[in-house]
Ligand binder design. Structure first.
Ligand code: NDP
Length: 473
């Protein structure tokens, strides 16, 4: 067996691969066999299969060029979580009735740093969704250039319609088990769908009580108790910074462009805010019931209204049209039929299917930047790429959130707080570095930048190299 330090000659081998593209059949055989085994071993986990398939297709040519990685069974090891914790979360509602939910934490990979990844509270949460998110997180965190491993957690509990007291009791029960598996140098959770500042506060409070110590074990904390400035804004802002770099490759910018955004939660709100401030006209928001179309575009006042509606009143997006009667609400529909230049899916996985992608293409959309995780189905991605559109996968363009979580961890360890300008400057630089890595590893022979390939390969190299250097553990 040779030494595992293969990354040094990566560029040479990569160039050879892209130049001669010698092994199409071999690659297909490898991917087919690998996926057949993965599906047999993890039956029914369709989101996990989808996420793995996308990565394996990108990195297979390189693995086949490096027999050492084949010997090391590096892909077989990367797709197997280091640890999966599943647990009972019992809680009592305000009427005294008992409910039982299921809690999860998938600790996927700790090769390059402590486990790091959000917690999702949504009725759809299951093991497949947790594993796909933890798997994606591993490569995303690698792309950020910061030392963070990959994890994800959550529960099939939905905070929607629950009182603050019920949410608090649920969060406390969730932590009563999870606290023994997390810590500042072990695993640092954060927010995701259904988990914002309120939920992070309740979980952190219970964690602190049980451990009797104040550490930066959660990120996305409140501003007066260890939270980083700009963490709430970071995912949406970061997606716009990434899109700016993509647009610049075609001599374009947000200025004067029409932007369609899905979701109306954390990522959507700040993606809309930044896109608008960069000169775009943002015309939609959505939630799981439908979308609003505002032909006049968002303003600071309208975005402040949406933030209050979703984060404070906890209402539904359809209420927007009562406040702004020139807007229209479309029940049960997604916003992808609205004519736009740039689309930013910021709600959930698989929310752009082939039929939606066809509408976007037909309407002249030329840039899709993902704020959500895996919002586009594989056939829709293929259509975007066939049309040579600018298309970035979430693991690259939504990495601003976890990057700023990494910056929050640094600030907590150093016991200091950076200004918003300092954090923004670091976030901007990280997003540009991720973009540059995608360009480096994703540029095709005809000059088209395949951001999927670029992000997967750049994310993979670091994790695989670290795993090889650390031996068979
Ligand atoms: P929020 O809970 O704040 O908002 C989620 C939004 O998406 C809500 O508007 C919600 O509507 C909508 N939504 C959720 N599920 C569905 C569904 N099945 N169909 C249609 N709409 C749906 O979550 P975030 O904004 O934090 O997260 C959004 C996405 O971004 C997720 O994919 C998340 O993994 C990803 N992400 C988030 C990061 C962060 O820092 N927060 C970091 C990186 C990625 P409703 O109110 O009806 O549920």
């Amino acid at each position: 067996m040779t030494n595992g330090n293969f990354a040094s000659d990566f560029d040479d081998k990569f160039t050879k691969y892209t130049k001669y593209c010698i092994m199409d059949k071999q690659v297909k055989n490898y991917v087919d066999k690998f996926m057949a085994e993965l599906i047999a071993k993890n039956p029914g986990e369709k989101e996990f299969h989808q996420a793995v398939s996308e990565v394996v297709e990108s990195v297979a040519p390189y693995i086949l060029q490096n027999p050492y990685l084949l010997d090391q069974k590096i892909m077989e090891r990367i797709v197997e979580p280091e640890r999966v914790i599943m647990f009972r979360v019992p809680w009592m509602d305000d009427k005294g009735e008992i409910h039982v939910n299921r809690g999860f934490r998938v600790q996927m990979n700790s090769a390059i740093g402590p486990y790091k990844g959000g917690v999702r509270f949504h009725s759809s949460v299951n093991l497949s969704i947790m594993k796909f998110l933890a798997f994606e997180q591993t490569f995303k965190n690698s792309l950020t250039t910061l030392p963070m491993g990959g994890a994800k957690g959550g529960s099939d509990f939905s905070p929607r319609g629950k009182s603050d007291a019920e949410v608090m009791r649920f969060c406390q029960s969730f932590i009563n088990e999870l606290y023994r598996h997390i810590g500042p140098d072990t695993d640092v959770p954060a927010g995701d769908i259904g988990v914002g500042g309120r939920e992070v506060g309740f979980m952190f409070g219970q964690y602190k009580k049980l451990k009797n110590e104040w550490t930066g074990t959660y990120t996305g904390k409140g501003q007066c108790w260890g939270g980083s400035l700009l963490r709430p804004e970071a995912t949406g802002y970061g997606a716009c910074y990434f899109a700016q770099d993509m647009l610049a490759t075609r001599g374009k910018s947000f200025k004067g462009q029409t932007v369609v955004i899905s979701g109306s939660g954390n990522v959507a709100q700040y993606a809309a805010e930044k896109a608008m401030r960069l000169g775009a006209k943002v015309v939609t928001f959505s939630d799981s019931n439908g979308y609003i179309y505002d032909p006049e575009g968002m303003t600071e006042e309208k975005i402040a209204y949406v933030k209050n509606l979703k984060n404070v009143i906890r209402g539904r997006i359809k209420e927007y049209v009562k406040q702004y009667p020139n807007a229209k609400y479309f029940e049960g529909e997604r916003p992808w039929g609205v004519k736009c230049d740039i689309a930013m899916p910021c709600a959930t996985q698989n929310e752009i299917e082939l039929k939606d992608a066809e509408k976007l293409v037909a309407n002249g959309c030329y840039c899709v930047t993902e704020g959500a995780n895996m919002p586009t189905t594989p056939d829709a991605i293929a259509l975007f790429q066939k049309n040579k559109m600018l298309y970035s996968p979430g693991k690259a363009s939504n990495a601003g959130g976890v990057s700023t979580s990494g910056l929050e961890m640094s600030q907590n360890s150093m016991r200091l707080k950076w200004t918003a300008e300092e954090v923004d400057e670091k976030l901007h630089r990280i997003m540009s570095d991720i973009h540059a890595a995608c360009v480096k590893y994703g540029t095709e022979e005809d000059g088209y930048i395949n951001y999927v390939k670029g992000a997967n390969i750049a994310g993979f190299i670091k994790v695989a190299n670290a795993m090889c250097e650390q031996g068979l553990v």
